[in-house]
Design a protein around this ligand. Structure first.
Ligand SMILES: CC(C)(COP(=O)(O)OP(=O)(O)OC[C@H]1O[C@@H](n2cnc3c(N)ncnc32)[C@H](O)[C@@H]1OP(=O)(O)O)[C@@H](O)C(=O)NCCC(=O)NCCS
Length: 205
C-alpha cells in the first residue's frame, strides 16, 4: 500500500535551513478557523510570516519534500508572536486593534490548557499516507521529553475527518464548548477539547 511506500520523516527541532520560503508559506497561513478576525490566507501570511517561532513547530517530510507540519503552544507561547504593528499594517489602526485583541484572547484561551496542539496541516497531495499520525506521535514524544502527563487539542464540530484522526491516535473528548453568540464569527458552532495521556501521571506534571 502507498502508506508503506512513503516514509514520513518528522523533524524537531528545526534548524535555520528548514525555514525556507515553502515552510514560511505553509506555516504562516495557519489559524484559518479565525478567518473572520485574521483575514484570508494571504492576509494571515502577511501578519505571521515575520513572527514564526520555529521552536514551536514540527515539520513532516517525504523524500525531503515538506508535506505538513504541527505546531504547539506551551508556557503561553505558540507558533506566532505577532505584534499590534503587524495587524495595523494589514488592517489599519481601528480594525487592526480589535482583530489583534481577538487574537490575544484566543491565545489566552489556548494557553489555559497544558501542552497544546495548536495547528496540524498536511498538504492535500500527501493526505491519507500517515503524515498527520506521524506528526502526532512526534508531538506526543516531545510531551514525554518535557515530562508532561497529557497533551490536548481542540477541534471544531465540523471537522469530522480530524476528529476521526484524533480518535484513531488515542485522543478522547473531554469537553465541548458551545460557541453561542460567537458562532456568528466562526464557521462552526462548537469546539471539542480532546486529550491524550502520554505517560504515567504519577511521575510527571
Ligand atoms: C486532518 C488531516 C490533518 C489528516 O492528515 P493525514 O496525513 O491525511 O492523516 P493520516 O493519513 O495520518 O490519517 C490517519 C487516520 O485518520 C483518519 N482520517 C484522516 N483523514 C481522513 C478523512 N479525510 N476522512 C476520514 N478519515 C480520515 C483515518 O482514520 C486515517 O486512517 P486510514 O487512512 O488508515 O483510514 C488533513 O486532512 C488536513 O491537513 N486537513 C486540513 C487541516 C485540518 O483540518 N487540521 C486539523 C485541525 S484540528
Amino acid at each position: 500500500m502507498e502508506k508503506n511506500i512513503n516514509k514520513v520523516n518528522v523533524i524537531y527541532p528545526l534548524s535555520d535551513d528548514h525555514i525556507n520560503a515553502a515552510f514560511i508559506d505553509m506555516v504562516s497561513a495557519g489559524r484559518g478557523s479565525m478567518q473572520y478576525f485574521l483575514g484570508d490566507s494571504k492576509q494571515r501570511r502577511k501578519i505571521f510570516n515575520s513572527c514564526i517561532n520555529k521552536d514551536r513547530i514540527l515539520a513532516a517530510y517525504i523524500d525531503s519534500k515538506l508535506v505538513g507540519y504541527a505546531s504547539f503552544m506551551i508556557d503561553g507561547k505558540g507558533p506566532y508572536t505577532p505584534r499590534f504593528k503587524h495587524f495595523r499594517s494589514e488592517f489599519g489602526i481601528l480594525s487592526g486593534a480589535w482583530r489583534y485583541l481577538a487574537f490575544i484572547m484566543a491565545e489566552k484561551h489556548s494557553h489555559s490548557t497544558g501542552f497544546y496542539l495548536y495547528m496540524l496541516l498536511v498538504k492535500k497531495s500527501a493526505r491519507r499516507k500517515g503524515v498527520a499520525s506521524a506528526l502526532i506521535e512526534a508531538f506526543c514524544q516531545e510531551a514525554i521529553n518535557r515530562n508532561k502527563a497529557f497533551v490536548e487539542l481542540e477541534v471544531t464540530n465540523k471537522n469530522l475527518e480530524a476528529m476521526r484522526l484524533y480518535e484513531k491516535t488515542g485522543f478522547i473528548p473531554t469537553r465541548v464548548i458551545d460557541m453561542k453568540w460567537l458562532h456568528a464569527f466562526f464557521s462552526f458552532s462548537a469546539l471539542i477539547t480532546m486529550k491524550r495521556y502520554v505517560c504515567d501521571k504519577r511521575e510527571s506534571k
